[in-house]
Design a binder for this molecule. Structure first.
Ligand code: 8OZ
Length: 368
């Protein structure tokens, strides 16, 4: 049986261990431009088997929070290029998480104060984060407008274009499609947010259509071996709801199977919260079985609240890879600490979102 410290092939990448840094929004990219401090932060964590960047907007319309990075302008791509170079120089591997927030946005973050876009004109009871004159505050998300059917090929193209730029201009080793946590692709998947009457709403096949078009376009562009996906079947994050997730997600992974993805990344339970939800049971083993039965060979990555011990147990079961969020945030040398069963730094919630080096690049590594 493998341990966290055994190497593994994941698509085109050879990982030296099975410990992944989960995507973590940190709101430290003013004007959506990645910074030198971000390069230091990611390079400090380069001993991870794989680094997944914080969610990164694929267009101006895809932005939903102040100071999250983008991947659509030259300055943004140049900023990321310095980050990927720093990670590679430190011996690491890094993929970028491609993000469109859909309705989880605010008119103040949209070009010309337009409404955010969504599958349907249904607002989310959720908060976003704005910065005005240097002062940050939480604000309710704005009422969205429904995307018209003829706009959807443009959304697919935007993902394709971002994936191409991620590889050829920004120097990433791959991309992760963010289809989780109540953002655009999850909004299309789940019937609480998708009341469409065209080919992109109603049946499971229709609700999964946009996601599958996006992933097919990306894999055509950069290859499945450079592509991963993140799904959260039951999370209530961002006011998202689906009464019958099991058949929906089994359909999704069966359709993903032929695309030869590098990995499938599953958030178990409520994002950053309870792993088991009594009102939303879900059989993750059956999900993986559906993927494998359909010929899916991608690595199976699990996430949510793992520590070293529960991660080792997961590797004895369904998992090939385990993604750690808060523990990696607070422990740049998490791999070494888990191997040595050393004490861990405690994450400081007050500095998760926004700010400077404090609670970002100043968590100490153990001296070795
Ligand atoms: C925390 C704050 C803002 C965004 C996600 C991208 O949940 C996020 C996110 C997390 O996927």
């Amino acid at each position: 049986m493998p341990s966290l410290f055994d190497p593994i092939q994941v698509g085109a990448l050879r990982l030296p261990n099975r410990i992944v840094m989960a995507p973590l929004t940190r709101n430290r990219a003013p004007g959506a431009i990645p910074t030198a401090m971000m390069a230091e932060y990611y390079a400090q964590r380069a001993s991870a088997g794989l680094l997944i960047t914080e969610a990164t907007a694929i267009s101006a319309q895809a932005q939903g929070y102040a100071d999250v990075p983008g991947l659509y302008g030259t300055e943004q791509l140049d900023g990321w290029k310095k980050i990927t170079a720093a990670v590679h120089a430190a011996g690491g591997r890094i993929v970028v998480q491609l993000w469109h927030v859909g309705r989880i946005s605010h008119v103040d973050l949209q070009e010309n104060g337009q409404k955010p876009v969504a599958p349907s004109a249904i607002g989310a009871k959720a908060k976003t984060y704005l910065v005005k004159d240097g002062v940050g505050s939480f604000a309710s998300t704005s009422e969205p407008r429904a995307l018209q059917t003829h706009e959807l090929p443009g959304i697919v193209h935007t993902y394709r274009h971002a994936a191409r730029n991620a590889m050829s201009s920004a120097g990433f080793d791959g991309v992760e499609v963010h289809a989780a946590n109540g953002y655009l692709l999850d909004q299309f998947l789940k019937s609480g947010a998708n009341h469409r009457r065209d080919d992109y709403g109603g049946s499971i096949e229709n609700r999964a259509r946009l996601l599958l078009e996006v992933v097919r376009a990306i894999t055509e562009e950069i290859g499945g071996e450079h592509t991963g996906i993140r799904l959260s079947p039951v999370t209530p994050a961002n006011d998202i709801h689906e009464p019958d997730p099991q058949p929906l997600f089994e359909y999704v992974v069966r359709e993903l199977a032929p695309l030869k993805l590098a990995y499938v990344h599953i958030i178990e339970g409520a994002t950053g919260g309870a792993r088991e939800l009594s009102d939303r049971p879900f059989d993750y083993g059956a999900l993986k079985d559906a993927y494998r039965a359909a010929g899916g060979k991608g690595a199976w990555m699990v996430n949510n609240g793992y520590d070293g011990e529960s991660a080792e147990r997961a590797l004895q079961g369904e998992a090939d890879l385990v993604a750690f969020g808060r523990l990696f945030l607070a422990n740049p040398d998490l791999v070494h600490r888990l191997r040595d069963k050393a004490p861990l730094n405690t994450p400081d919630k007050a500095t998760f979102y926004g700010g400077g080096a404090k609670g970002y690049t100043d968590y100490p590594a153990l001296s070795r």
